[in-house]
Design a protein around this ligand. Structure first.
Ligand code: PMP
Length: 398
């Protein structure tokens, strides 16, 4: 049965990480991974999350299945986190949320819902987008097309091209938008640009599918939800995939939520039933542990405020690092103006250096970034920043 199978290549990001692990350069630096790291290079558990987990375990007296849609407290508080208190109360019976295994599970279940709702759905993704969007969403039967987004020349969003591209999308298609902290470029659209994008979606009757994997990593929890909230206020139907991997640091617990907002309670119930049916025919029941932690944390004002403070420190640390990288590179070389690095949002940013420079950094100095030039800003530290600035400038100035 399996003898005829070829060994498939690893996922490019995970594969590069393996190459890094095998590199025996003692000074190697990994900027390619997709997890937050603190100044010591560790991915710690948030103190508030640890406390909530301890409380959860102390109170738990069964491992029986939780409700299929997920822990009710988690679902209520995730909806509030994404939509804000006012909107989530206003729209109560028009919003449905289902707990999923990670943001990937939410994306996949959202894609399944789209496939159930319409045959041959075309989903438009930004050029570029997170590489895993393709296999994840195509596996649910969606056809993926690209809309213009990032300009390598200006190192920023080419907003005119983006709008033109969105305006040319056939009526009724679906558009995947990054809620904040665009992965891989770190280049986000502003609130005023969100307003314009939503106007085009309204005119062309396009449904947004908003991927929110980094809420709180960009400008703040509410600020990072601007696009989602405005879309929900102004459009009849919105689909959201949220992840708790980064902002709660719950990566391995695999916790996220898919949220659907429609025009009337009946349609929302129908959409939810299709998500649950899709889940039942793949992993059946949602995981519990991570959602239990988040539900407990967000229903406790003290833990919530502690978590918000910790999240803010994470965000500010990344902002400092990106500023120091931009300033350091600008002082050390003159070939590229790296000021755009300081403007980027979230955990990732394109460095915009030639591919041969990326490869030289890897082979000569053991500095790993993706071929696309994406770096993980959280992989920078006071120790490795001077080295990175020195090596990048050296190779660029050859
Ligand atoms: N969307 C984007 C853009 C991401 O970067 C990620 C995580 N790398 C996810 C979704 C989903 O992450 P997870 O399944 O680990 O929650």
């Amino acid at each position: 049965m399996f003898g005829q199978l070829d060994i498939l290549p690893p996922d490019p990001i995970l594969g590069l990480n393996q190459t890094f692990q095998q590199d025996d350069n003692a000074d190697k630096i990994n900027l390619s991974i997709g997890v937050y790291q603190n100044a010591q290079g560790l991915t710690p558990i948030f103190t508030a999350v640890k406390k909530a987990e301890q409380q959860l375990l102390a109170a738990q007296n069964t491992k029986s299945y939780a409700p299929q849609a997920g822990d009710p407290s988690f679902l209520e508080h995730m909806t509030r986190l994404l939509l804000g208190d006012e909107l989530s109360e206003q729209l109560q019976d028009r919003v449905a949320a289902v707990m999923t295994p990670g943001g990937c599970g939410a994306l996949r279940m959202g894609a399944e819902l789209l496939s159930h709702a319409k045959q041959n759905v075309t989903l438009w993704v930004s050029d570029p987008t997170w590489a895993n969007h393709y296999p994840l969403l195509q596996s649910a039967g969606l056809t993926l097309e690209k809309y213009s987004y990032y300009s390598a020349e200006t190192h920023s969003v080419d907003f005119t091209a983006m709008l033109e591209s969105l305006q040319a999308i056939p009526v009724g298609d679906v558009v995947l938008l990054h809620g904040c902290c665009h992965n891989p470029t770190g280049a986000d659209i502003s609130p005023a640009q969100w307003d314009q994008v939503i106007s085009v979606l309204a005119e062309r009757q396009l449904t947004p599918f908003i991927d929110v994997a980094y809420q709180g990593f960009g400008d703040g929890l509410a600020e990072d939800a601007y696009g989602v909230r405005e879309a929900v206020k102004r459009l009849p139907e919105v689909l959201v995939a949220a992840s708790c991997s980064k902002n709660f640091g719950l990566y391995r617990e695999r916790i996220g939520a898919v949220m659907v907002i429609t025009q009337d309670p009946q349609t929302t119930l129908a959409a939810k039933s299709h998500i649950l049916t899709a889940a039942r025919s793949s992993y059946s029941m949602s995981p519990y542990h991570g959602g239990g932690i988040v539900g407990l944390l967000l229903s406790d004002p003290e833990l919530t405020s502690e978590w918000k403070t910790e999240l803010e420190q994470v965000r500010l640390r990344m902002n400092r690092l990106r500023l120091e990288l931009a300033e350091g590179l600008n002082q050390a070389q003159s070939r590229i103006d790296f000021s755009f690095v300081a403007e980027s949002k979230g955990m990732f940013c394109y460095l915009g250096i030639p591919l041969e420079v990326v490869h030289a950094l890897r082979s000569e100095f053991g500095i790993y970034l993706l071929d696309s030039t994406r770096i993980n800003v959280a992989g920078l530290s006071q120790e490795n920043l001077p080295i990175i600035i020195d090596r990048v400038s050296e190779v660029l100035s050859r």
